[in-house]
Design a protein around this ligand. Structure first.
Ligand SMILES: C[S@@+](CC[C@H](N)C(=O)[O-])C[C@H]1O[C@@H](n2cnc3c(N)ncnc32)[C@H](O)[C@@H]1O
Length: 219
């Protein structure tokens, strides 16, 4: 799959309301996780696949003097992030791809990503690049709604029209470890608001499987 194909899909999402839908859908889980990332004053965070930048802004105000940069392959998402930026957050947004991050080695204290890494055309190259820009002792916090232990999500790749890595929890952990992270652990985060539609069996199953949160420390 090419970055051009990803860009085409998400440029459309940036303008048809799906960007705001993702913020609504992911907001509760992301707020829970950002609150537990141990972001201290002055720390620098990276948000990979930032969409319209709402989570980047949370990271950029998680502690006094903390800053955050969002990266996304979609020019329309980056334009929307700039339009919706507010000055309560020390955040900025740049166009780029996961496998070629334009940052020096060891730049970031925290690397965060919500629902994005599995679109990488070359997952191994993307994880290696993430490890490169993470400071020694810094942390990766990767959130994924689509993984094998959440079987109702298998069809999402066809629904979106893009290839997405389809891995189980142990495979995700191993991929992160192989990239150079230690103390790799995972847990599930449940949306505290409950399923988005309690009458829809798939929505209930999605809620019960939760969001996979994979953590690792850069060695
Ligand atoms: C499902 S959206 C999630 C957006 C945001 N994290 C959120 O939760 O609202 C995935 C985002 O990742 C971006 N993306 C996908 N593959 C990418 C890649 N290889 N490099 C950079 N950005 C990518 C897309 O353009 C899109 O904005």
């Amino acid at each position: 799959m090419s970055h051009e194909a990803i860009r085409t899909v998400f440029d459309t999402w940036a303008t048809n309301g799906r960007a705001e839908g993702m913020e609504q859908g992911h907001g509760d889980v992301v707020a829970q996780v950002v609150g537990q990332m141990g972001i201290r004053p002055g720390m620098q965070s990276l948000d990979l696949g930032c969409g319209h930048g709402w989570a980047t802004r949370l990271l950029g105000k998680a502690a006094p003097g903390a800053t955050a940069i969002g990266v996304d392959v979609s020019p329309a998402m980056i334009a929307k992030a700039e339009e919706t930026h507010d000055l309560t957050s020390r955040a900025r947004y740049v166009l780029g791809t996961f496998d070629a991050l334009d940052f020096k080695d060891g730049r970031f204290d925290r690397v965060f990503s919500m629902e994005a890494i599995y679109y990488a055309p070359d997952l191994t190259a993307a994880l290696a690049e993430i490890a490169r820009v993470t400071k020694s002792g810094g942390e990766l916090h990767m959130l994924l709604d689509r993984f094998q232990e959440s079987p109702v999500t298998e069809g999402w790749s066809a629904d979106v029209g893009l290839e997405m890595a389809w891995l189980g929890v142990a495979e995700w952990e191993e991929a992160v470890r192989a990239a150079g992270f230690t103390d790799v652990t995972s847990s599930r985060v449940l949306d505290s608001r409950g399923p988005s539609d309690a009458a829809d069996a798939d929505r209930v199953a999605l809620h019960e499987a939760g969001t996979l949160w994979i953590r690792g420390t850069r060695s």
